[in-house]
Design a protein around this ligand. Structure first.
Ligand code: AMP
Ligand code: ZN
Length: 489
């Protein structure tokens, strides 16, 4: 537990992980905005934090994992411009905004279950925490860091910046930020270009609105996460996460709000996942390259040559470190499927291995190398490489090659694989979809038909060659009175 090191966006370096309480961890992750289906890029972020959550639990921490649902208050622009995402979608689909929320929350949960991600301990919604957001907004006004203009409350970035570094999370100075933000227009009520809304006045046509000290309105997107994280994890908690695209605005604003309200650094470690890209372009709804998990599972999308099982997709994601970009391609998916099958086939062999009086390799060093990978900022690709080292060992023991294992070490080996494959990486001990299972059956029927033919011609050398080659991929042929059958070893 004491060896875990993680990368903190705030300090821009790896730090030893020391939570506020020695055995408890508070983890907050920004959840989805439920106005449309989650795309594969969103899923990458949630799978990454699922890995982080799982490993923290695995090494003995009691983790309170809070992941919110944004079901109100997210305007189209991150800096409070444009239409309300929910209202716009509701109009488009001719549904109540809350029907939109229900529909896409359900879809999100279904997709998360397919990827075998664990549910968070608490999943708070923005609409369920309006009072807390109003209270926090009021507190920030009282501290002098926010002001009201005709029913909308803005955070005063200039005032805050006099005593604090607003750009410290994104590592940008105020001048840079100002240059990159558009000028105030004549109609703007904000005092400063970087000011953002904590509370937004409802228009006559706004459907989702609540009464507040400033009239009818709805909360801004950023205040939601500050209010809900402090409610469930306290004013100071251990880890706050989200995708890297959230650093510059959403998380910088959250950080400023919390400091302005409580005068304390709210988060010890800020963790950010890198983006899923397609041919080098970030996957997003607007880029039009945002295919849905369902499309990847079925292969029904112009960019895809065929479908892949959810566990193969999860494995594909985990083969890249969470802080590196992950570029999607059909070739990379096919390679991951191959690797996944190899890993799971070797795992299936563990129950069949013959033991010896001695283990030929240093099992403890092998075990340590798995922990070292994950203790180094949750490095799942290195862990997977170590597990593949194990595959070579398993296959060698199985083929009565150079390696041997004792009964006691085999027991530990199984525990290690069960722990890392299923508890930590969150994979399932299953081979890809029934579709590829059906294909395997068809292929094996064809192979056995050819073998029958060559045996009829008394060509036993070719018949044996077929049997031996299949054995290499762990397929065993048995000749019975009814004909030949096959099974995975
Ligand atoms: P949203 O529903 O847009 O609020 O996004 C939910 C989460 O998905 C956020 O943490 C985003 O940072 C993350 N996200 C969005 N696009 C991508 C992408 N292409 N790759 C990885 N994460 C992403
Ligand atoms: Zn958030």
């Amino acid at each position: 537990m004491e060896d875990l090191v993680l990368y903190n966006t705030l300090s821009r370096q790896k730090e030893k992980f020391q939570p506020y309480h020695p055995s408890l961890v508070g983890l907050y992750v920004c959840g989805p905005t439920v106005y449309s289906d989650v795309h594969l890029g969103n899923c990458r972020t949630f799978v990454s934090f699922d890995l982080i959550y799982r490993y923290l639990v695995y090494i003995g921490y009691k983790v309170r994992y809070v992941r919110n649902i944004t079901d109100a208050g997210h305007l189209e622009g991150d800096r409070d411009e444009g239409d309300d995402k929910f209202a716009k979608k509701a109009k488009l689909e001719q549904l109540e905004p809350m029907e939109i929320v229900q529909k896409y929350s359900l879809g999100f949960h279904q997709v998360m279950a397919l990827f075998n991600t664990l549910p968070p301990s608490i999943e708070p919604t923005a609409t369920g925490h309006i009072c807390e957001q109003i209270e926090m907004t009021q507190k920030i006004i009282d501290q002098g860091y926010a002001y009201e203009k005709s029913g909308t409350v803005y955070f005063d970035v200039e005032k805050y910046s006099k005593e604090n570094n607003y750009g410290k999370l994104s590592n940008r100075n105020l001048d840079d930020l100002l240059t990159n933000t558009r000028e105030l227009s004549g109609q703007d009520e904000k005092k400063g270009r970087l000011d953002f809304a904590l509370w937004i006045k409802a228009k006559p046509e706004t459907l989702m609105k609540w009464p507040s000290p400033w009239g009818w309105g709805f909360p801004g997107w950023h205040i939601e996460c500050s209010a809900m994280s402090s409610k469930y994890l306290g004013e100071q908690f251990d880890i706050h996460g989200g995708g890297m695209d959230l650093i510059a605005t959403h998380h910088s604003n959250e950080l400023a709000q919390s400091i302005a309200c409580n005068h304390k650094e709210p988060v010890k470690y800020w963790m950010h996942t890198n983006m899923l890209t397609v041919n080098g372009t970030r996957m997003s709804k607007t880029a039009g390259n945002g295919f849905l998990p369902e499309e990847l599972f079925t292969g029904k999308h112009p960019l895809l040559t065929r479908g892949y099982a959810p566990m193969v997709v999860r494995f594909f994601m985990l083969q890249t470190h969470y802080r590196s970009t992950l570029d999607f391609s059909n070739e990379a998916m096919a390679a991951s499927e191959k690797g996944y099958i190899r890993l799971m086939s070797a795992y299936a062999l563990l129950d069949k291995l013959k033991t010896s009086s001695k283990t030929s390799f240093d099992f403890q060093a092998f075990r340590r190398s798995c922990y070292e990978a994950m203790n180094d900022d949750f490095n799942s690709p290195v862990l997977i490489a170590r597990l593949f080292d194990g595959v070579r060992l398993i296959n060698s023991i199985n083929d009565a090659g150079n390696e041997t294992i004792s009964a006691a070490d085999l027991d530990e080996f199984k525990k290690l694989y069960n722990g890392f494959l299923f508890d930590v990486l969150g994979l399932k001990p299953e081979l890809p979809s029934s579709e590829s299972g059906a294909l395997a059956n068809e292929l094996m029927d064809a192979v056995l038909a050819i073998r029958k033919e060559v045996r009829a011609k008394k060509d036993f050398a070719t018949s044996d060659l077929i049997r031996d080659e299949l054995k290499k991929v762990n397929i065993v042929i048995k000749d019975t009175k009814e004909g030949a059958t096959w099974e995975k070893a």
